[in-house]
Design a binder for this molecule. Sequence first.
Ligand SMILES: Nc1ncnc2c1ncn2[C@@H]1O[C@H](COP(=O)(O)OP(=O)(O)OP(=O)(O)O)[C@@H](O)[C@H]1O
Ligand SMILES: [Mg+2]
Length: 292
Amino acid sequence: MRSFERPQKPKVDAGATPVISLRNIDAAYGTTPVLFDVSFDIHAGRTVAVVGESGSGKSTTARCITGLLPPTDGEILLDGESLPLDYRKRSKDQLRQVQMIYQMADTALNPRITVGQIISRPVRFYRGLTGKALRKRVDDLMHQIELDPDVYYNRLPGELSGGQKQRIGIARALAAEPKFIICDEVTSALDQLVAEGILRLLAKLQDELDLSYMFITHDLATVRAIADEVVVMKEGKVVEQGGKQEMFKPPHHPYTDLLLSSVPEMDPDWLTNLLEERGVDNIGDAALDKMA
Ligand SMILES: Nc1ncnc2c1ncn2[C@@H]1O[C@H](COP(=O)(O)OP(=O)(O)OP(=O)(O)O)[C@@H](O)[C@H]1O
Ligand SMILES: [Mg+2]
């Protein structure tokens, strides 16, 4: 991911309505509470990276947004309008707007149907296309994810590489023509070059289609590559949120590189621990000098 970093985007207009707004979300599995007062916004064309240690509630937050796990309290707004918390109560159009791409492209794709059929289903369901119009739309989607339909339309998922499978997952999400896509660890099963190709593709699609992303990741290099804003979760709560620049000071700063090289996994205590390790207690210039 070292060679790819999106340029800083201009600030969001103060009065802009977020595409997705989480307000004071609580959630539980059975009687066990797991999310506590989670609030953050995601604006049009922007990427919010959600980071935090394993079990901190990232995927649960995603399940709440998709309505698969209705929150026990709080509100979710889509374009400023309250979204029914249970997906079964959402309109087809509301369902269409929120799509998800999963970590394990393998298990997310039905191994018995072809790439063309996988992508056709949501196009038919959400857009009602059939026959030639359907085929044309599927071909267009395959061009968007940079897989030649002449070569891949009739392939089964088992005949694809990991990166290609992930591209099919992206096409299936795009088929709904959503505003917002949740990406849960979508590059963590891929090797670095392939992962970078997926990130570049997602960035290109975001610019072309004005998509908003919630990007769940453990990987700080990925955060640096694609995020506009960062939300840090710990034990079901948001412990920090802000612009990427605030998390990673100036781009290509030696300190950033140090963090990126020494912290493969996100641990909310990374900064404290790292500074302790280096015998410094703040992130001022003196500390940087000492680490250099
Ligand atoms: N289906 C489930 N049933 C019961 N508890 C669950 C379920 N899924 C997650 N949990 C619990 O909810 C909490 C939050 O888990 P979640 O999967 O949201 O974490 P995460 O941040 O996505 O972690 P990871 O980085 O490992 O994917 C954890 O304590 C977890 O054990
Ligand atoms: Mg998870």
